[in-house]
Design a protein around this ligand. Structure first.
Ligand SMILES: Cc1ncc(COP(=O)(O)O)c(C=O)c1O
Length: 370
């Protein structure tokens, strides 16, 4: 394969434009300081993790062993039941959310889905795809679900199972829903069949280490949990992890002769490279490293909120959050720093975000009088 010079030039242009965009990327939660150079050699091969990573299959061009170690790492972190869990490396948080709700729907086909107004748009897509009846629940001002509104809405459907999506870090405000409280509220209004999917896209890797620990894991009543791999841990391409109770996965399993394995995942062909990337990240960091990096980010998030407030911009963040929320910024700031904006704007201090970048952004926001 050989490119003509004009196409080589186009590649160079794309490279420099992506490099520049990465240097001004503060509004979405992607870590930026990773170095996976030792893994580049794997890109010389065709790799495919089609099938169930925990089973042997006809395909041998896979990284199953590493995928299983990634799943095991998160299973421990999320206090999954010994031998009672299953999981795989996904394309990202969206796939994990669809998967969690799919398992919930197969368990409770007449279930009603409930999720808060602040929930990521992938969940609205999932309920439409799965043709689930659903109710959108009010949120509290900090982004957390309103338990009162959940009680009100669920009491109307008390004879039907409830399929809940709990946010462990909402997209805009990093608000965290409490799965123990959700179960209690539902039981109080008479709902006895409950499936909880926890969307821990950003906070999954560090939430278990917070004190107090948010209630979101398997012991706290979650039935499935999803994490984005490219958010806090960082990866050069989107990826994620989904974990679920094994019994619920066995319900959807189909044996497939063509691949000599069970079909338990959403996608057929799956990325063999991203499990190696995630394995590399967790082996380099370990839980101690995740905790250390989280604290560095958290200090910078606190600094950002303080500095904005000192300049008259009313910024705030949830306890232990890496997301700093402030009033909507001007269009030029939004475009330059790729600042996600709805009714509020935010910056997410992920690994690799520098004080220098934040200082430049703080000055720009203060000067604009946002
Ligand atoms: C809370 C939450 N869930 C799910 C997603 C979707 O994740 P992905 O972009 O990896 O599909 C996001 C993405 O921003 C998110 O913030």
């Amino acid at each position: 394969m050989k490119l003509e010079s004009q196409n080589l030039k186009r590649l160079d242009e794309l490279f420099y434009s992506m490099q520049e965009a990465n240097a001004c990327f503060l509004g979405y939660p992607f870590a930026k300081d990773f170095n996976y150079e030792p893994l580049w050699r794997f890109l010389n091969f065709s790799g495919n993790n089609a099938g169930d990573p925990f089973e042997p299959g006809t395909y041998r061009v896979n990284s199953y062993a590493f995928e299983c170690e990634v799943v095991d790492f998160f299973a421990q972190l999320f206090r999954a039941p010994d031998c009672g869990f299953w999981g795989y490396v996904t394309n990202g948080g969206t796939e994990g959310n669809i998967y969690g709700l799919y398992l919930g729907r197969e368990l409770y086909p007449d279930g009603v889905a409930y999720f808060s107004r602040d929930t990521h748009y992938s969940v609205s897509k999932a309920v439409r795809l799965l043709r689930l009846e659903y109710a959108v629940v009010d949120s509290q001002p900090n982004g957390e679900i309103s338990y009162d509104d959940l009680a009100r809405r669920a009491s109307g459907g008390r004879n039907r199972p409830a399929l809940i999506v709990a946010n462990i870090g909402t997209t805009m405000k990093e608000g965290k829903d409490d799965t123990l409280k959700i179960r209690e509220v539902l039981r109080d209004v008479g709902v006895s069949q409950i499936y909880i999917h926890a969307d821990a896209a950003l906070c999954g890797p560090y939430a278990p280490m917070l004190s107090p620990k948010p209630a979101f894991d398997f012991v706290d009543g979650a039935d499935s949990i999803t994490v984005s791999g490219h958010k806090f841990l960082g990866a050069p391409m989107p990826c994620g992890i989904v974990l679920a109770r094994k019994l619920n996965v066995q319900r959807i399993l189909r044996a497939i002769d063509y691949i000599g394995s069970s079909d338990t995942t959403l996608s057929g062909s799956r990325n063999a490279y991203t499990p190696i990337v995630l394995w590399y990240a967790i082996r380099c960091l370990g839980t101690a490293g995740i905790k250390r990096v989280f604290h560095q980010c958290e200090q910078l998030a606190a600094y950002t909120a303080d500095e904005l407030n000192a300049r008259g911009v009313s910024a705030w963040r949830n306890p232990d959050a890496l997301t700093v929320v402030f009033p909507p910024v001007e269009e030029d700031i939004k475009a330059k720093w790729q600042i996600a904006t709805e009714d509020v704007s935010h910056v997410v201090v992920t690994p690799g975000t520098t004080k220098r970048q934040l200082d430049t952004l703080i000055e720009a926001i203060a000067d604009s009088g946002s």
